[in-house]
Design a protein. Structure first.
Length: 331
């Protein structure tokens, strides 16, 4: 899209070998993120969101085959040496994984993990690194930060562990932060606190951010743009207000309908998306969503729609029969 994007994912595909054949986890994805912008990537489990983030971070399994181009801050990440990638990750490109219990080292104290990061990437001395670690823990809302430095991950609650993971990710003032399902397994009130914390720090530091989630409610009001993924492809992409005002892809509509509503009567069943996602080792000839789509016609089962622009250049969708066509037909 823009020529000065901080991150540009260009025609990226990821294939993984399995006993049943090659599994295409990411299928020709194009995305851009500008400096200071927030992109939401939304979709069901298994749609390729996390594999796409690992392709950006260059943290794919050894046997994975990656094609395309990932440009970050003027550098092609696919051409960087392992040493240069290691220096880039953490310093300019940071990540918050969905499970802090597995992303934090269980045998090292919180202080050790923070201080090591600061000394490695920013070359701070011990005293300065300790002081900066305390400031970071306080900034992410952890009480008594001096005492927490001596504690281990298992001594903290899930919400506290996630705050520590965020503090480590933010410690080197990254240009881009990838938050992969940052609120998984946290209760609702803690989820809101973590999301608000990420939004506050993103604005304060003017860093770019990618929020990966299965919940459209998480990206509403917290992102500049949303990309909806299904079966490894981006099937709809638009500025966040435009997407919620006039979504075109039936899959996006189904995701939104599955959210609980505060004004719904008690015990109202949640609408579910019928059927199941396609087998990624057996790609369908037509639209991947067609077996589950109530608008599908014969063409949808035989041709794969391209991601094309709608009313504006910024709003794109991959559908032969967008929702607007059916709006007056009891859709």
């Amino acid at each position: 899209m823009t020529g000065n994007a901080l991150l540009s994912v260009e025609d990226v595909s990821v294939e993984l070998p399995t006993p049943r054949g090659n599994l295409r986890a990411v299928d020709h994805v194009d995305l851009t993120v500008g400096a200071g912008q927030t992109l939401g990537i939304v979709g069901e489990s298994g749609c390729g969101k996390t594999m796409l983030s690992r392709a950006i971070l260059q943290l794919l399994p050894k046997k994975a085959k990656l094609t395309g181009r990932v440009m970050f801050d003027g550098q092609n990440l696919l051409q960087l040496s392992p040493e240069k990638l290691r220096k880039l990750r953490g310093r300019s490109l940071a990540v918050v994984f969905q499970d802090p219990m597995t992303s934090l080292n269980p045998v090292l104290t919180i202080g050790t993990q923070l201080i090591e990061t600061l000394k490695e990437h920013l070359e701070l001395d011990e005293a300065t690194a300790v002081k900066r670690s305390i400031e970071l823990l306080a900034a992410v809302g952890i009480p008594a930060p001096e005492q927490r430095l001596a504690q281990y991950p298992h001594q903290l609650s899930g919400g506290m562990r996630q705050r520590v993971a965020i503090a480590i990710a933010l410690s080197c003032e990254p240009k881009l932060l990838i938050a992969d399902e940052p609120t998984t397994a946290l209760d609702v009130t803690i989820q809101a606190q973590i999301l608000d914390l990420l939004a506050r720090e993103q604005r304060r530091r003017h860093m770019a951010m990618i929020i990966i989630t299965h919940d459209l409610g998480v990206v509403a009001g917290r992102t500049d743009e949303v990309a909806v993924m299904y079966a490894g492809r981006v099937v709809e992409r638009a500025p966040t207000p435009a997407l919620f005002k006039k979504m075109r892809m039936p899959y996006t509509e189904a995701l939104l309908a599955a959210l609980p509503r505060l004004d719904a009567a008690p015990h109202t069943p949640l609408p579910a998306i019928s059927g199941r996602p396609p087998d990624p080792t057996r790609p369908l000839k037509g639209c991947s969503f067609s077996p589950r789509c109530r608008y599908a016609v014969a063409r949808c089962h035989t041709e794969k729609p391209a991601l094309a622009q709608a009313d504006s250049l910024e709003h794109q969708f991959a559908c032969f029969h967008p929702i607007e066509v059916h709006a007056g037909a009891g859709a």
